[in-house]
Each structure stands twice: as structure tokens, then as C-alpha cells.
Design a protein around this ligand. Structure first.
Ligand code: ADP
Ligand code: MG
Length: 273
């Protein structure tokens, strides 16, 4: 679906170039759910913007279904197929009514009005917000706003969603709403998901975890394998999920608990079989 090959990127700041990505290689398969974690400034947002051509590599290349993001002629096509959702839903909602907001993307694509209506309805249903279609976005909860922002992307019928810390500004309930929505879109509709987060309990739900450190990929693998490497993660100033840490502490103390427990449910079924 997306291939990142030998990608480096530097921002041109006043003080000179700032290296944000260094020789990154990554392949995202169709239907995948990939979590990207890493300390602040490790290059996650820069990488997110590479996936849909919002930024173009200084070196190397990014291709989306074979089309290179450096080709200006593919710009629209790529942005339509790879949708980006940002941290702050307030910056992503512009209209006075939910359904107008969701219509914004397809309108820009030049879709005929009748089809836009159909797409808006479907997208709002996909994020379970159809009943709020005529509401004012600014009166919604954080989680609802973020779901409307996601609907705005879905209305462009993308194959891939890239979400850059979409839950960072949300309360626990909003986080859960957004996470469950995106997990369902991946599972039931086969939408490829790249989920950037600093919440380890979100990352465990991915099929694959990519750990960024100073513009490079430091680790990559299924969550169970990545979170077994607690000491390495700690050196990168990253945690393992609380429940994994508990399992590892119990194992250290000689209890017969595997060190790669990822969820509370798993722990409960181990301790109370
Ligand atoms: P993350 O999302 O993991 O916090 P970023 O991709 O935002 O990391 O940043 C990676 C590096 O690039 C950091 O050193 C950051 O300071 C720098 N950077 C990000 N955006 C800019 C910018 N617009 N101008 C200059 N430097 C930037
Ligand atoms: Mg960021």
C-alpha cells in the first residue's frame, strides 16, 4: 500500500537544516493496522506527512500504491487515497454544521452533489454520528469532534487513514470512542490504518508497532515482541503498557506469569482461569 524507501528529511529552519528523518524504510501492507510510537521530536509527525505527500522526502522516496509522492501530478490522487487526521479536532472542523464539514472534502474533489449527500451520510454512519448531522461541531464532545473529522476524511473514500495522535486531546471516553471507531473501520471495512500515539495501551491493539527514535526506526514488530523489550524501550524513554509491566514484575519475582501479557483481559484470564 505504502512504501517508504531510504527516506531522509530536513526542515529548513532559520538556524539551518533540522534533520527530522534519517534513512527510514517502512512498508505498510493493505489492511494493516500499524501503531507508531516514539518520544516527542522523534519524527512521527514528519513521517505521517510523508505518507500522503504533504511533505516530500529530501532523499529517498515514498510510493502509495506504486505512485511516487514527489510527482505533483499524483498529489490529488494520493491525498484522496491516504487521509490524514490530526491531533486537534478543533483545527479540522470549519463549517457550522456537522454534515457541511463532512461534505467539504468531496466538494473539493468535484464530486456531484447527489453523490456528496450519499457519501456524507455513509461517512457519518461509519463513525456513528449520523444522528448529529445537523448539529454545530463546536458543541460536540472531543471524541465526537474527532469522529466527525474522521468522517470528513472517509467521505473522500480513502484506502488508508493516517492518524497523528488523534486521542492526545481527548478524555478517556473520547479516546475509547475514537479508537473503537478506527479499529472497526480496519476490521470490517479493510481500511489500512497508521495510528500514531503515545498511549501504549492503544499501541498494543495494533498488528504491528514501529518505534521511532531521533528520526530513525529503532524497533519494529508485533506488539508482543516489541513490548517484551522493556529495557530497550526505557532507554528511549518509552514505557511498556502498565499491565505488561506488572506481568514482568511478577515474573521477576518468580511468579509463573508470562512476560508478554498485553491486556487486562489477558491477565485476568491467566490469574483466574
Ligand atoms: P514528533 O511528531 O515525533 O514529535 P516531529 O516530526 O514533529 O516529531 O519532529 C521531528 C523533528 O523535526 C524535531 O526535531 C522537530 O523539532 C523538528 N521539526 C518539526 N517541525 C519542524 C518545523 N516546521 N521546522 C523546523 N523543525 C521542525
Ligand atoms: Mg508529532
Amino acid at each position: 500500500m505504502i512504501r517508504v524507501e531510504n527516506v531522509s528529511y530536513s526542515y529548513q529552519a532559520e538556524e539551518g537544516p533540522v534533520a527530522a528523518l534519517t534513512d527510514v524504510n517502512l512498508s505498510i501492507e493493505r489492511g494493516d493496522f500499524v501503531a507508531i510510537i516514539g518520544h516527542n521530536g522523534s519524527g512521527k509527525s514528519t513521517l505521517a506527512k510523508m505518507f500522503n505527500g504533504l511533505l516530500i522526502p529530501s532523499q529517498g522516496r515514498v510510493t502509495v500504491m506504486g505512485k511516487t509522492t514527489a510527482d505533483p501530478e499524483q498529489n490529488w490522487w494520493i491525498r484522496q487515497h491516504v487521509g490524514l487526521v490530526f491531533q486537534n479536532p478543533d483545527n479540522q472542523l470549519v463549517a457550522t454544521m456537522v454534515e457541511e464539514d463532512v461534505a467539504f472534502g468531496p466538494e473539493n474533489l468535484g464530486i456531484p452533489p447527489a453523490q456528496i449527500r450519499e457519501r456524507v451520510e455513509q461517512a457519518l454512519a461509519q463513525v456513528d454520528m449520523l444522528d448529529k448531522r445537523t448539529h454545530a461541531p463546536h458543541l460536540l464532545s472531543g471524541g465526537q469532534k474527532q469522529r466527525v473529522a474522521i468522517a470528513g476524511i472517509l467521505a473522500m473514500r480513502p484506502q488508508c487513514l493516517v492518524l497523528d495522535e488523534p486521542t492526545a486531546m481527548l478524555d478517556p471516553r473520547g479516546r475509547r470512542e475514537v479508537l473503537e471507531t478506527v479499529l472497526r473501520l480496519n476490521r470490517e471495512e479493510g481500511i489500512t490504518v497508521i495510528w500514531i500515539t503515545h498511549h501504549m495501551d492503544e499501541a498494543v491493539l495494533a498488528r504491528r508497532v514501529v518505534v521511532m527514535e531521533r528520526g530513525r526506526i529503532a524497533m519494529e514488530g508485533p506488539p508482543r515482541a516489541v513490548f517484551l523489550r522493556r529495557e530497550e524501550l526505557q532507554k528511549l524513554d518509552l514505557d511498556v503498557p502498565v499491565i505488561t509491566r506488572l506481568a514482568q514484575l511478577l515474573a521477576d519475582d518468580g511468579y509463573a506469569v508470562p512476560r508478554d501479557v498485553l491486556t487486562v483481559e489477558e491477565m485476568v484470564s491467566l490469574l483466574c482461569p
